[in-house]
Design a protein around this ligand. Structure first.
Ligand code: ADP
Length: 460
């Protein structure tokens, strides 16, 4: 007899959090609020992590190098077995979008808090993702949903049909690598050869595809949550156009200046796509937005760094919803219940030089964090915390919420003024300057704006 939703719900009572830093602390809080026990893991460099002390179990799984600890699938599975965990939450980064890891967890009889391995595999290959999205009616960047052939004449014809400039992308690419813009025909074949070689070396596949290169887009994304019972909702949109080297620096929700009748059909198409591929848990559809049109670029099949801005506007605890979906619970909200209110910003506070952006490791000698209505700080650091050089430089996320965008900006200025980190360098001075910028205050700046702003600042 098939299980009913209530019989299958509550499949585990202990969660191993296969991550570190602020997100490990964030997930641990969500688990506790749901009455679940937690297992924290660490590398040798993270033995002093504060979330280790508050977890029910804390295991060191390997040396400081991520490849030997946070990316070591066998060590994580062994830790889960030793600590009696029934589920593994991968957080973001590390193994969060690794289909083989999701598969190994399920084969070991545990629950992977995320989508199925096959959903991760479909969305991890940018060509199959694009094909799935087109089939579900999600608007994509102009260009074929098939890999480029080897025949030079056919490649030339495809580029002409799309129209220059075009962008060549590795099907297995990620992290802003494996992409090359081709402004005109005479550099096409050279670009193809270089990108193929890069793709083969970096991603183990020489498969490439081509699409239109959009010159002044904004980066706008849609958050979805789905359960295992055929229910899915979208929780509004975020703007993550403030980027440096394809890395997001400031995010906000909602994306300013987007009329509801333009975004509604896109949100509904994302939900449709989730239902078609049998997606479970939380996910994000990333789009480029130019001249009033949306173009899908990729789906992230995991929790994202910037999820708090959507939590602030929608009132939904996205991490709890993700865990409950993995437990087999029916989603406890329908699309009609989703209302997004006010405006939220997130600043990524990084341990790095505010001018050169080089990482800055060392001991935090003094820490003051802002507080007050509409202010949230997601962090794992404290005075005396040692920022190690081994991992991503994100040390805290400063999030604000206010009724309007202008009020949220003012609140962020105030919150940044009240944030003090001493002993290491951080990007706080740079963030303070950015929140005084007139064009940013106006909203709707494109993905190149921040780089141009930095260039101008250096020149003056
Ligand atoms: P990755 O998986 O490496 O992050 P994405 O496909 O998400 O790659 O693209 C990363 C960034 O590259 C985008 O945020 C955008 O800045 C740029 N980009 C990607 N595709 C295009 C395109 N067709 N036109 C213009 N810029 C693009």
């Amino acid at each position: 007899m098939p299980e009913t939703s209530e019989q299958s719900a509550g499949r585990f009572d202990t969660v191993l959090i296969a991550n570190r830093g602020e997100i490990a602390a964030r997930i641990q809080r969500a688990c506790r609020e749901l009455g679940l026990k937690t297992v924290a893991i660490c590398s040798e460099a993270d033995r002093q992590a504060p979330y280790g002390k508050t977890a029910d179990s804390f295991l060191c799984i390997g040396p400081s190098t991520a490849a030997k600890s946070y990316l070591n699938q066998d060590a994580i599975l062994l830790a889960a077995r030793l600590a009696g965990a029934g589920a593994i939450h991968p957080g973001y980064g590390f193994l969060s979008e690794n289909a083989a890891f999701a598969d190994a967890i399920e084969k070991a009889g545990l629950v992977f808090i995320g989508p199925t391995a096959s959903s991760i595999a479909i969305m991890g290959d940018k060509i199959s993702a694009k094909r799935a999205m087109m089939a579900a009616g999600v608007p994509c960047v102009p260009g074929p949903d098939t890999a480029l052939p080897d025949d030079p004449a056919t490649i030339e014809r495809i580029a002409l049909e799309i129209g220059y400039p075009v962008i060549i992308k590795a099907a297995g690419g990620g992290g802003g690598r494996g992409m090359r813009v081709v402004p005109k025909a005479d550099v096409l074949h050279e670009a193809i050869a270089l990108t193929r070689e890069e793709a083969r070396k970096a991603f183990g596949s020489r498969s490439l595809y081509m699409e239109k290169f959009l010159e002044h887009p904004r980066h706008i994304e849609i958050q979805v949550i789905c359960d295992d019972h055929g229910n899915a909702v979208w929780l509004g949109h975020r703007d993550c156009s403030m980027q440096r080297r394809h890395q997001k620096v400031v995010e906000e929700a909602p994306a300013p200046g987007i009329a509801p009748d333009i975004i509604q059909p896109v949100g509904l198409a994302c939900v449709q796509a989730c239902l078609q591929i049998g997606y479970r848990g939380v996910g994000t559809f990333e789009f480029l937005y130019e001249d009033g049109a949306f173009y899908f670029i990729e789906m992230n099949t995991r929790l994202q760094v910037e999820h708090p801005v959507t939590e602030m506007t929608s009132g939904v605890d996205i991490v709890q919803a993700q865990i409950r979906a993995a437990q087999g619970h029916v989603l406890d909200l329908i699309q009609g219940d989703v209302t997004c209110e006010g405006h939220s910003f997130e600043c990524r506070i990084n341990a790095e030089d505010p001018e050169t952006f080089l990482p800055s490791a060392g001991v935090v000698t003094h820490l003051a964090l802002p507080a007050g209505p509409g202010i949230r700080v997601d962090t794992h650091i404290h005075a005396g915390y040692k920022v190690s050089p081994y991992y991503d430089s994100l040390i805290a996320k400063l999030i604000v919420h206010a009724p309007t965008r202008a009020e949220a900006m003012a609140r962020m200025r105030e919150a940044l003024a009240g944030t003090e980190v001493e002993g290491i360098s951080t990007n706080i001075p740079f963030l303070r300057a950015l929140f005084k910028d007139g064009a940013f205050a106006q909203g709707e700046t494109d993905i190149h704006y921040l780089e141009q702003w930095l260039k101008l600042r250096r020149a003056t």
